[in-house]
Structures are given as C-alpha cells and as structure tokens.
Design a protein around this ligand. Structure first.
Ligand code: NAI
Length: 250
C-alpha cells in the first residue's frame, strides 16, 4: 500500500499500458481518476477498469477528455477536483502514433501526433501542477518511448514527440524541484498492447531479435516502474528516464 491516501490521474487509462497503470496504482492504495478519450469508443472499457478496481475495494472514477484540447483538459481537471479534492500523482500516458516515412509525412500527420503526445502532456501538466505546487507535493510521470531515444523508421512525428517529452520532463523537474514535486519519465521499449500487436508479424520479429531479454514487455511491467516513481521511495529521484525495454537500449 505504497500509495495509500494518494489521488492519481492516469490519462488514456482505458486500455493497454494506461489500464495496467490504473490497476497497479489502485492496488497500492491510490484513488484513481481514469481519463478516456471518447464516449463511444472508450467509455465502456474505462468503466470496466474502474469496476475492476472497485471490486478489489479500491476507489476509481472515469473522466472523459481529449488531452489535446485544453478546454476539455480544464473541464476534466475541475471534475476530478470536485470528486477527489486534489491530485497527488499525474501519469501522462495517453498517446497515439500515425506512422509514415518522413518523405511521405504530411503536416497533418505530424501535427496529429505532436498534439496528443506532446501538447497533451503540456496541457495536463499545466492543469494539475498548480495544485501540487500549492500543497508542496506531487509526482508527475511521463510515458515516453524508446523511439524518442533511438528513433524508428516511419516514426519521425512520434520520435520527436517522445524525445520532446524527455526534455520537458527534465526542464519541469528542475523548475519544481523546490516544491516537493518530482517529474520523471518512463521509456518503454516494445510492450504487448494494440500499438505493437498492430505491427505485421515479420516486422515484430525484426524488433524482437534486438531485445536482450528476447521478448516484448507486458503492460504490467511498465506499470511497476510507474508505481515506483509515484511512491515516496523515489523522493530523491527527479528528471530521470527509467527504461523498461528488456535491454533494447541502454
Ligand atoms: P493504447 O493505444 O492501448 O493506449 C493509448 C491510450 O491513449 C488509449 O486508451 C487511447 O484512447 C488514449 N488516447 C489517445 N489519444 C488520446 C487523447 N487525445 N486524449 C485522451 N486519451 C487519448 O497504447 P499503449 O501501448 O497502451 O500506449 C500507452 C502509452 O505508452 C502511449 O503514450 C504510448 O506512446 C506509450 N508507449 C507504448 C509502447 C508500446 O510498445 N505499446 C512503447 C513505448 C511507449
């Protein structure tokens, strides 16, 4: 129960890694605000995550917002504060990819990914940082990617956003270090979620052979790193990038 009494927000918490993070922080005692994007596509799965938490005696509620829309983020913030009164832990997990070789990449495809993966983190961090600063405590965890560290064919937009996130993490970490707030990033390698299972099998295999641990990771393995960074065990760790990649990049 390392997060007992804490309130956590997980963006994009209805599926994949976000779902695993929501379940894991709840398992450690945090109350969880689960953000989802779309009423038609994601609300039911977000509610299923909340119900799974409540069945185990935890507390969770779902909140819709497109993180790339600042007005929706502020509305979500107000709704979360009304329900939970404060936010101690923010996990910026929501993310998309729209892959195209750079030569074929149009500005719309570039912008779509930057809007969610980088601007979305800007809006959410802005929305919750003020309360953390006022209370003198906070844990912000940004989900970056190995692709932001080493690049990847067809992912110039995604790599730029995820590398940008590392710079953002370190800059904000310096700015808020005196306020009891830590800001860290987790950089997953290839993790078994829809984002990866959508890749053709032969391409998956090409990546798999590059991983010293010889397999893709599981969402729960990323979630454990997030719980660690969200806990008080990491009071002296800030601006750090924690790789969860099976050794693919070291
Ligand atoms: P996923 O597609 O299952 O999860 C992404 C979640 O973000 C979805 O629930 C989606 O609805 C939500 N989302 C997308 N746009 C949103 C928006 N505008 N506002 C609010 N929510 C939005 O994929 P996965 O794999 O769980 O990805 C989670 C995070 O982990 C992403 O940031 C991704 O870039 C990152 N990541 C994933 C890796 C993998 O191998 N699966 C590797 C490295 C990083």
């Amino acid at each position: 129960m390392r997060l007992k009494g804490r309130v956590a927000v997980v963006t994009g918490g209805s599926s994949g890694i976000g779902r695993a993070i929501a379940l894991a922080v709840a398992e450690e005692g945090a109350d969880v605000a689960i953000n989802f994007l779309n009423f038609q596509r994601n609300e039911a799965s977000a509610q299923a995550v909340a119900q799974a938490i409540e069945r185990k005696g935890g507390t969770a509620e779902t909140f819709q917002a497109d993180v790339s829309d600042p007005a929706q983020v502020l509305q979500m913030r107000d709704a979360i504060l009304q329900r939970f009164e404060r936010v101690d832990i923010l996990v910026n997990n929501a993310g998309i990819n729209r892959d195209k070789s750079f030569i074929n990449m149009d500005y719309e495809t570039w912008k779509a990914v930057l809007s969610v993966d980088l601007d979305g983190v800007f809006y959410c961090t802005k929305a919750f940082l003020e309360g953390m600063t006022a209370r003198g405590y906070g844990r912000i965890i940004n989900i970056s990617s190995i692709v932001g560290q080493i690049g990847n064919f067809g992912q110039a937009n995604y790599a730029a956003a995820k590398a940008g996130l590392l710079g953002l993490t370190k800059a904000v970490a310096r700015e808020v270090a005196g306020k009891g707030i830590t800001v860290n990033a987790v950089a997953p390698g290839f993790i078994e979620t829809e984002m990866v299972t959508a890749i053709p099998e032969d391409v998956q295999e090409r990546f798999r052979v590059q991983i010293p641990l010889q397999r893709f990771g599981k969402p729960e393995e990323v979630a454990k790193a997030v719980v660690f960074l969200a806990s008080e065990d990491t009071s002296y760790i800030t601006g750090h990038v924690l790789n969860v990649n099976g050794g693919m990049y070291m």
